[in-house]
Ligand binder design. Structure first.
Ligand SMILES: *Cc1c(COP(=O)(O)O)cnc(C)c1O
Length: 444
């Protein structure tokens, strides 16, 4: 095996040491040599790498190790809200708000000079856009659910349908979040059928009724012999027993996608209209903003959530708050389709096809345009597909495109690479074509 100190002094590795520091690069060298050792043990290679070969590997590892989340990624997966890629791409207005230098009056009312409420402007905008009485912004959707349940039902029973005890992804499991909030889970109904009467019976028996919880099934669908009460019916039961109806809505749509033929994503304002007392949602899913979560609804209940000790631990940072404010302003000004996630979702199919055709034409005869199914992702639209078009290329291009800067991420389908045009802006489409051509026209 090449020696660690020799590799650290290698002309390929020296610039990496200058960029990343000696400790970081030493770790990369060790990991590279360890990887080579493992390959030999597993019979994947016959001999140790030469010093030159090992140095090349370290150089490649260092190229991606430095920038972390700062490295630009072009999303050609066709999944608009890709959780592994940071979900919603931010609007230029949101990015500009984040990049403003200096200080910000985050907890100061500049009109009076007195202490102000953190998040007040975003919360007021959410109230205006949804018809809720009050809103509280927190760090993410999971935090919103936990805080809402802690505020209204700590130490008490929360009634949930067995069909909604779901895992959302990333380890978010409804029973576990409920437990972490300090509430007690009471399951009712069956996996496929739960009726309003099931909730009422559970509330009659509960020694300490806390809340009714509805969980939106965003990332899967149940079909066939199924039944669940409407939100209006649930709200009636909740009123009768004087407990709040809490909804874990997931997506947080402020824009009516159904008007563009995209069904399946409920609107926040429809939940409020149906009588939900507290609705919880993410700000980086269907809303299209930065990571964040919202608890929204009745003033007294939101105020309770605001006063929970947990709220301080779950508060939203200044940068996402600035991005959220700017995103909500787009909605307030009637410019919802300028929110990138919304724009990508509602882009007409012929525009997407033309974008794919432009990339294919720039690459040459070996690239072809194919019809695909993209998706909104992020547990929205109940997993319904977003029709799309992709550029089909040899699968061998997947790795160099991913490792490039910017990194281009596609999808490998049946041994071919699909670069989906649904999730590309026009500028990105031009860039993707250029990057493919630069890879040395290895196609054909
Ligand atoms: C995504 C989702 C969550 C979690 O939201 P995060 O913003 O990822 O924390 C909770 N509930 C539902 C129904 C979801 O879809």
């Amino acid at each position: 095996m090449p020696r660690v100190d020799r590799l650290l002094g290698h002309p390929r590795v020296l610039p990496c040491v200058r960029a990343l520091g000696v400790a970081r690069v030493t770790a990369l060298v060790r990991a590279t040599l360890e990887g080579a050792r493992r390959e030999i043990l597993e019979g994947k290679r016959a001999a140790a790498p030469t010093e030159e070969e090992a140095a090349e590997r370290v150089e490649a590892a260092a190229a991606t190790a430095g920038d972390g989340v700062a490295r630009r990624v072009i999303n050609a997966t066709g999944v608009v809200l890709h959780t592994n890629l940071g979900r919603a791409p931010l609007a230029p207005e949101a990015l500009a708000a984040v990049a403003r230098p200096g200080y910000a009056a985050i907890e100061l009312d500049l009109a009076t000079g007195k202490r102000g409420r953190r998040g007040a402007s975003a919360e007021d905008a959410l109230v205006a856009l949804t018809g809720g009485e009050d809103a509280l912004v927190v760090n993410n959707g999971a935090a919103a659910v936990m805080l809402a349940l802690a505020a209204v039902a700590k130490g008490r029973d929360v009634i949930v349908s067995r069909g909604e005890l779901v895992e959302i992804g990333g380890g978010f499991r409804v029973p576990e979040v409920l437990e972490a909030s300090g509430a007690r889970l009471v399951e009712v109904g069956t996996t496929n059928k739960t009726r309003a009467a099931d909730y009422a019976r559970a509330l009659e028996r509960a020694s300490a009724p806390g809340a009714l919880l509805r969980v939106h099934r965003g990332n899967f669908r149940m079909i066939g012999f199924v039944e669940q009460p409407s939100l209006e019916e649930l709200a009636l039961v909740a009123r009768r027993f004087d407990v709040p109806l809490v909804e874990d809505l997931g997506g947080g749509a402020l824009f009516d996608f159904a008007e563009h033929g995209l069904s399946g994503e409920p609107l926040v304002r429809d939940s409020i209209r149906a009588g939900v007392d507290l609705v919880c949602f993410s700000t980086d899913k269907a809303l299209g903003g930065p990571q964040g979560g919202v608890v929204l609804g009745r003033r007294t209940l939101v105020e309770k959530a605001r006063r929970e000790p947990l709220a301080r631990a779950l508060r939203l940072g200044r940068l996402p708050l600035a991005a959220l404010e700017a995103t909500l302003q787009l909605y307030a000004r009637g410019r919802a389709t300028d929110v990138p996630a919304v724009a990508l979702a509602v882009a007409p199919l012929d525009v997407v096809e033309a974008r794919a055709a432009r990339i294919a034409a720039a690459i040459g005869a070996s690239a072809r345009v194919v019809a695909t199914d993209g998706e909104m992702g992020g547990g929205t639209f109940a997993g319904r597909p977003l029709r799309s078009f992709a550029v089909e290329l040899p699968a061998e291009l997947a790795e160099p495109l991913r490792a490039g800067d910017p990194s281009v991420l596609g999808r490998v389908v049946d041994g071919a690479l699909h670069l989906d045009a649904r999730t590309l802006s026009d500028d990105e489409a031009t860039e993707v074509a250029r990057l493919c051509v630069a890879l040395g026209k290895p196609i054909g």
